[in-house]
Design a binder for this molecule. Structure first.
Ligand SMILES: Nc1ncnc2c1ncn2[C@@H]1O[C@H](COP(=O)(O)OP(=O)(O)OP(=O)(O)O)[C@@H](O)[C@H]1O
Ligand SMILES: [Mg+2]
Length: 569
């Protein structure tokens, strides 16, 4: 039974490998033309070096008969210069292709991440995703663009060297052939170890990037909790871990190339001795001996090149696997609806939702008429934000239905529903850039008048007017340069500017003083009479601006109450 399981696992892995190879082939397809160009250039350059080697034979042979062959000598010079020019050209071409290719996959992966189902992609840390988008894509591009042609080229080089040797002396060619399987066996022996090492290496990269990104993104936490020493110790620990990995790898590759070199050095000595013996018997010329020696050292160079490629190949495969893991995340499907309804109602029936095994929200049942303002209250962690995520179709309920009533027509909640919803998420969500840039996230073609109107409603106009650069004030990371409450008001303006028929405020005014909060909510509820609003708040006094209240209890169940009922409880 155990054996069957093992075999099944192996087979499954094979399937996975085939899938990975197909995936790589698919992404490299548009670039195959360029890779072939690089390959052909390398072939030409290789051919020139062989021609140069053979011309060398005639130069030496002429020299042994007392002739100085200037024609062949100058030919050797020309071939050397040509091969240098070709290599410059090939380097420029390959760096162009590498950048073009890696950025295209980066763009594709970035798009895939954006369009993945939120709940699934949110399980990856952003630091890990950035590592996959940068280092892994770099490794994959290097691999596909250079390793693949190099491997083929080296194998071709070995084959041509063998054929030339065969032409001049079959015994030495057969001897060189015996060395091939020895080299291959050596590589197979180290294969598994490399794979494991490469995986650990990439994981460690994700780990330290995640750590650095997180700690540097909020230095006030580092400073006020006096984490400097602890963080330094973590960095030291990571350094040691990586050093161990690098040492381990370097030991592996050194042993491998030493073994391979030993095998091929033996080959070199044998070629040298055999050649000398054949000169003594008069079977070959001095020139042929130089061809032997030059070819055997070329073979040696190819073999150590091949040995050096092994870790790179594994690095490429691991990167490919890590990238494909992200591309395989389920994508959201849009039906492409663009029509914005005038009025939005909502019907929620028997909704249950669990992130893992336990239901967070249970038995949600309520309906909302167009233009109604609904307050949502409940202790922290009871599922208020979770409920909003379902309305925005960021998560799907495991049971029940969520239907919007758009100008009287029913439409179930889906990613397309976001076209008519404005949302102010909990927490700081402004991006780096000017205030105007942030407002344009809400409406890409927003005019200054529209910005003015939205900012006035969000009670942000006055403080922005006081800023020397007004709307062009640049916000740094995490709204650096603004107070928390100011940033919240810009987030509200960003949502209002789109004038969508439904608005969700998830503790959007939590950092404001009570008076400003009242002004903002009053503005919104009075001026946006026909807009359906959900207002999540921990301040019960703010419910005066609502028509109804949904109360979530600790058990994740809800009660819909009208205001009187709520305040008289
Ligand atoms: N992405 C997630 N994966 C797993 N569990 C989650 C996730 N997000 C929230 N939860 C869990 O779901 C529960 C409800 O969280 P939610 O954010 O909806 O609460 P909330 O009512 O909005 O709280 P608060 O008032 O503090 O914002 C919590 O117990 C939380 O641990
Ligand atoms: Mg919340």
């Amino acid at each position: 039974m155990h054996k069957i399981k093992k075999l099944w696992k192996k087979l499954k892995n094979k399937d996975e490998n085939v899938k990975l190879l197909k995936w790589m082939l698919d992404i490299v397809k548009p670039y195959i033309k360029f890779i072939v160009y690089i390959f052909l250039i390398s072939i030409v350059s290789m051919g020139i070096s062989y021609v140069s080697t053979i011309i060398g034979k005639y130069v030496v042979d002429d020299a042994t008969t007392g002739d100085v062959n200037f024609r062949d000598m100058s030919f050797m010079c020309i071939t050397t210069i040509v091969s240098i020019i070709i290599s410059v050209f090939s380097n420029i071409l390959s760096s162009y292709i590498n950048e073009n290719f890696s950025f295209s996959i980066r763009k594709r992966l970035y798009n895939d991440i954006q369009r993945s189902v939120w709940i699934k992609v949110s399980k990856f840390h952003s630091g890990d995703l950035v590592t996959r988008l940068t280092s892994d894509i770099g490794g994959l591009a290097d691999g596909l663009i250079s390793i693949l042609p190099s491997t083929i080229l080296i194998i071709a080089q070995l084959l041509i060297s063998f054929l030339i040797l065969l032409y001049y002396d079959w015994q030495i060619a057969v001897f060189a052939l015996v060395l091939g399987p020895i080299g291959a066996a050596c590589m197979l022996f180290f294969r598994k170890k490399y794979k494991k090492y490469q995986m650990q290496f990439r994981e460690s990269e994700s780990e330290y990037r995640t750590f650095m990104q997180e700690s540097l993104s909020d230095l006030t936490v580092v400073k006020t909790f006096r984490q400097e020493d602890a963080n330094e110790a973590t960095m030291e620990h990571m350094k040691q871990k990586r050093l161990n990995l690098v040492l381990h790898n370097s030991r592996l590759s050194s042993i491998m190339s030493a073994v391979m070199r030993l095998v091929y050095s033996a080959g070199y000595v044998v070629a040298f001795c055999w050649g000398s013996y054949r000169i003594s018997t008069g079977d070959i010329t001095y020139g042929t001996l130089t061809v032997f020696i030059s070819l055997v050292s070329q073979v040696q160079g190819s073999v150590s090149g091949l040995a050096g490629l092994i870790p790179q190949i594994y690095s490429m495969l691991i990167s490919a696997k890590r990238i494909s893991e992200v591309t395989e995340i389920e994508k959201e499907t849009y039906a492409g609806k663009e029509d914005i309804p005038g009025k939005v109602g909502l019907e929620v029936e028997n909704v249950y939702f669990a992130y893992e095994d336990e239901f967070i929200v249970k038995d949600l049942n309520f309906s909302v008429k167009p233009g109604e303002k609904i307050g949502i209250v409940g202790p922290s962690g009871t599922g208020k934000t979770t409920m909003i995520r379902m309305l925005l179709a960021l998560t799907k309920p495991q049971n029940g239905s969520i239907n919007y009533i758009l100008d009287g027509k029913k439409e179930s909640a889906s990613p397309d529903s976001r076209r008519f919803i404005s949302y102010v998420p909990q927490g700081n969500t402004l991006k780096t850039g000017t205030i105007a840039d942030n407002l344009r996230v809400g409406k890409s073609d927003a005019t200054e008048d529209m910005m003015d109107k939205a900012l006035k409603m969000a009670s942000a106009k006055k403080f922005i007017e006081k800023l020397p650069k007004g709307l062009d004030t640049v916000l740094y990371e995490k709204s650096g340069g603004l107070s928390e409450g100011q940033a919240q008001r810009i987030s509200i303006a960003r949502a209002l500017i789109g004038e969508k028929p439904m608005l969700i405020l998830d503790e959007a005014t939590s950092a404001l003083d009570e008076t400003t909060e009242s002004v903002v909510l009053k503005n919104i509820t009075e001026q946006f009479d026909s807009i359906t609003c959900f207002i999540i708040t921990h301040r019960r006094s703010m419910l005066q601006y609502c028509d109804k209240v949904i109360e979530l209890d600790d058990d994740g169940r809800m009660k819909m109450k009208n205001l009187k009922e709520h305040f008289n409880k």
